[in-house]
Design a protein around this ligand. Structure first.
Ligand SMILES: Cc1cc2nc3c(=O)[nH]c(=O)nc-3n(C[C@H](O)[C@H](O)[C@H](O)COP(=O)(O)O)c2cc1C
Length: 188
């Protein structure tokens, strides 16, 4: 038996993607914002899409600077991830509030987050607003990762060091196992 899903929960059927801590910077002002709505958007060059509400500070800083970084958090910083999605940098300094530490970016100006296990530094190549969020398309200019956690894919070592997935509200999950599928067609 299938039941109808209330409108406010429909998008949770296709969650959970990896949740990101998106960092942004413009003229010395920095912010870190939790963003669950993101997806790959191109392979060559690698593109990512993030959906950002126009009322956020993150939106303002990305629009002005044309850059952002996606930092991949883990269970180690679970509560900070929720806090960065509940507070606005317009009201508080979220770095000071959460203890998230800045790390040097390689090619953009926005800082990275030391406690995260991976980082995509992106330059905005397109932006459009199909609804109440702006879709920023970012070209990945640099990608760095904790070396013992990634071999072509995330290898899901210790539970506390796996990417986090957002289920909805204050619920998150981590993947249990990496499983290789077999197929008759050539591999990617
Ligand atoms: C788990 C989680 C996921 C979120 N995902 C998004 C998202 O994909 N897009 C968005 O615009 N806001 C999202 N938010 C809300 C923003 O993080 C929130 O509005 C934040 O306070 C904005 O901060 P800022 O004003 O410092 O940019 C999410 C919040 C949480 C807790």
């Amino acid at each position: 038996m299938k039941v109808e899903v209330p409108t406010q929960f429909v998008l949770r059927l296709i969650s959970p993607g990896v949740v990101g801590l998106v960092t942004s910077e413009y003229r010395g002002r920095m912010d870190v914002t939790t963003i669950a709505w993101m997806m790959p958007a191109g392979r060559e060059p690698p593109l990512v899409a993030i959906a950002v509400h126009p009322a956020t500070l993150c939106h303002d800083l990305i629009r002005r600077s044309g850059e952002f970084a996606i930092n991949v958090p883990t269970l180690d910083v679970l509560n900070q991830v929720l806090t960065c999605g509940r507070l606005s940098g317009n009201e508080v300094d979220k770095f000071a509030r959460t203890g998230l530490q800045l790390a040097e970016p390689r090619v953009i100006r926005a800082p990275l987050i030391e406690q995260c296990i991976g980082h995509l530094e992106c330059a905005v190549v397109n932006a459009f607003q199909p609804g109440d969020h702006t879709i920023f398309i970012g070209a990945v200019a640099s990608a760095t990762v904790e070396e013992d956690l990634f071999e072509d894919t995330w290898i899901l070592r210790e539970r506390d060091r796996r990417p986090l997935h957002h289920l909805g509200g204050s619920w998150f999950g981590v993947l249990e196992e990496r499983i290789e599928a077999k197929s008759e067609s050539p591999s990617e």
